[in-house]
Design a protein around this ligand. Structure first.
Ligand code: PBG
Length: 326
């Protein structure tokens, strides 16, 4: 054969690392941690093998486990002791996330990011305030503008507790502007916002809604989260969040939305995050349990593909497992 161009030459050990275009490092990952005010013991999350809800007293120990793998950042989600119509425990000074944040930032070197949303804290499970008779209303809507104040209050209460970054995930229009203004007013102009800028209404969140007990009691999230059919709209969503001052732009979920990750990378000069969600984790674990695939190898390949598509950082339930293997 008269072949001058043989790509195989660069695939051998010794050279493949030199020409590799993408790499993974534990410092790329953010590990989600669930803190639960309703339990005194660690509770395994059935749909997410290897993950647990931990009481506040165990939060530091849980975060130390993450740090031991080389992962430096955690994202906190809270399961409150009680829920009400307006999600008061999301912005309570002694809320579960606020308490855990205080301890973790005082006692560990972890970089603490807090999820800013109301769905785990509202009795109806929606990411904001809903009208009184919403349960019977087929045209249910979450009140956008009334919700903004509560999100801002949540973010400020988390920053007061020591959160180093806040991550609003409710897809409320104007949430980044409202949170930025409130943080600045409270003297937290150095706390960055990682916005869930393009968050889709995805069936891949199923296991998380079990884990965090945040499934909507009625209706769904189609009128505030994005339609999975839309790619152009993501540009508009992300542009709005960037204009409002989002420091990091997140796309969620990750694997079924790599086209969006790639678009955001190309079109915006800000760090891009991707959230490799609970359903993406559950799939690999379920197949792994059947012996159909190698969980660690497929997890590593998944995270590599998310970085290759353009993500700078990845929120992932695989953080510890993959970091340990690197
Ligand atoms: C809260 C929130 C959700 C997730 C992260 N923050 C749930 C949702 O929107 O239903 C999902 C994370 C995952 O599936 O891993 N709004």
């Amino acid at each position: 054969m008269d072949l001058t161009d043989r790509p195989r030459r660069l695939r051998r050990d010794g050279v493949r690392g030199l020409v590799s275009e993408t790499s993974l490092s534990p410092s790329d990952f953010v590990a989600p941690v669930f803190v639960d005010a309703t339990t005194e013991e660690r509770v395994p999350i059935e749909s997410m093998p290897g993950h647990e809800r931990v009481p506040v007293d165990e939060a530091v120990a849980r975060v130390e486990e993450v740090l031991a793998t080389g992962v430096e950042a955690v994202m906190l989600f809270g399961i409150p002791e009680s829920k009400d119509e307006v999600g008061s425990r999301a912005y309570a000074e002694d809320g579960v996330v606020q308490e855990a944040t205080r301890r973790i930032t005082e006692e560990t070197d972890a970089y603490v990011i807090t999820d800013v949303c109301l769905c785990e804290y509202t009795s109806h499970g929606h990411c904001g305030i809903v009208e009184d008779d919403a349960a019977d209303d087929p045209a249910l809507t979450v009140e956008n503008d009334e919700t903004l104040d509560l999100l801002a209050e949540t973010a400020v209460s988390q920053a007061e507790a020591g959160a180093e970054m806040v991550a609003p995930s409710s897809m409320t229009d104007g949430m980044v502007a409202a949170i930025r203004a409130a943080l600045d007013d409270a003297g937290f102009e150095d706390v960055p916002i990682m916005s869930y800028a393009a968050k889709y209404e995805s069936a891949f969140y199923g296991p998380f809604r079990d884990a965090a007990d945040g499934a909507p009691a009625f209706g769904d999230r189609r009128h505030y989260q994005m339609d999975p059919a839309n790619r152009r709209e993501a540009r508009r969503e992300v542009a709005l969040d960037a204009e409002q001052g989002a420091d990091v732009l997140m796309v969620k979920p990750a694997l079924p939305y790599l086209d969006i990750v790639s678009d955001v990378r190309r079109e915006f000069d800000r760090p891009v995050a991707a959230y490799n969600v609970s359903g993406e984790y559950a799939i690999l674990h379920a197949a792994g349990e059947q012996g159909w695939l190698d969980v660690e190898a497929t997890a590593r390949e998944s995270l590599l593909s998310i970085k290759r598509a353009g993500a700078d950082l990845i929120v992932t339930y695989f953080a510890e497992r993959v970091a340990e293997g690197l």
